[in-house]
Ligand binder design. Sequence first.
Ligand code: SF4
Length: 413
Amino acid sequence: MQKTEIKKPELLAPAGDLEKLKIVINYGADAVYLGGESFGLRAKAKNFTPEEMAEGISYAHAHGVKVYVTCNIFAHNYDLKDMEAYFKSLYDMKADAVLIADPGVFYIAKKAAPGLSIHISTQANNTNYMSANFWKELGAERIVAARELSLVEIGDMVKNADIEVEAFVHGAMCISYSGRCLLSAYFTGRDANRGACTHPCRWKYYITEATREGELLPVSEDERGTYIFNSKDLCMIEHIPELVKSGIRSFKIEGRIKTAYYGAVTVKAYREAIDDYFKDPGLYESKKPYYLEELKKASYRGFTTGFYFGRPDSESQIYENSAYIKNYDFIGLVKEYDSKTGIALIEQRNKFSVGDEVEFLCAGGENFKQKIDEIIDIEGGLRESAPHAQELIKIKTAKAVKCMDIMRRKAAL
Ligand code: SF4
C-alpha cells in the first residue's frame, strides 16, 4: 500500500526518571518512553515506581504528550510471573503504549490488557516489511525499525507495511545487533538482553584483525590498546528532509540513562530542526550548523549517520578512548522567575561563581548568554559562589526565563 501524505513526525524522547520526563516535555517532546521497575531494558536507569509512573503519565497527558512504557526484555520463565498484573496496571494508568520484543510477553500483554496499544521494540530486529505486517496482523500498532537498516530500506518498509514505523535518529549505537549482544553477559554475567548491559563494547581491547582483505582497522594507537567496538553516536539532524520523506512516523532519541541536560539539549535541537523544516525548508538548511553546534553542547562520542546511508565503516568508530566529549556543564535549573524583578530562582547543579559567563538554554525560545553579577541566597544575603549541590539561589537574568530552563557554562578544558 502506497502512502504519500507527509505528516510532521512525532519527536520521541527518553525519560529515565520523573525530572527527565518533565524536562524533555518542556523542551518539546511529543512523546516519551520510560521503564517501570521491571521488564524494561535499562536496569541502570532509575526507572519509575508505580506511583511515579502514574504521576508521569498524568503530567505528560496534561501537556498533550504520549507515554510509551518499555517492557522489552527477552523474558525467561521466571520473568513471566507478575507480568499480567503489570500490563493491567499500565492499562489502568492510561499508558499510551507498551514496547515489547518477546512474543511471549506480547501474548501476555494481549490477553491481560487487550485495549493496551503495543509497539514492537527495535530489540525484535524488525528488518523487513513482512515482519512489520506479521506484527500488525497480531495486533501491534507500531514497530521500531532495526537500527541496522538504511534509509532506503526503512522507506520500503513504510511503503509496504500497514503499520506505523518508528526509528532512532540520535544517540548511542551498539556495535552488535541493536543490543542483542552477548558481550556483557560473557564478560560480567550481566545480560544486555535483560537490561543489565555493562557496555563492554566501550572497553579497550588488544585485538588484531588479519582476515578481512582491504579493511585496515587501526588497532595499535597506543600502549593501552584500542577501542575497536566503540561506535560513534548516531546523529541525523542534518538529514531531517530525507527522514521525513521516508515516512518514518516517530523520530526517536536514545538515552534513558543520560542526563536531564542531555535530554533538554537534544530535544530542543530536534524540535527546532523539525519545526523549522516544516515551516520553511530554506530556514532549516540555513540553520544546520547551529543545530549541530547545539547538539555538541551535550556529551557525545563523535557523530555518525550509522546505517542510514550504507554500511558504517572504520570512520564510524572511535579508536582512541571511550570517553564522551563534554563541552558544557549543567550548572543550574530554573525553578521560578519573577518578571517584575527579573530574578530567577535557580537550583544549583554544579558550582558556579560571580563573574562566570553562563548561557541559558530556553525551551521554545532563543538561548542567551550573560555574566553572573550577583548571587543571592534564600535569606537575601550576597554570595561569591554557589558550591552546594541542589542549593536554591537567586540571580538576575538578562532576559526572561521559564521554569525548567537550564543554565550551563562552557566546561573547563
Ligand atoms: S555491550 Fe555494547 S554492543 Fe553490546 S548491548 Fe551493550 S552497548 Fe550494545
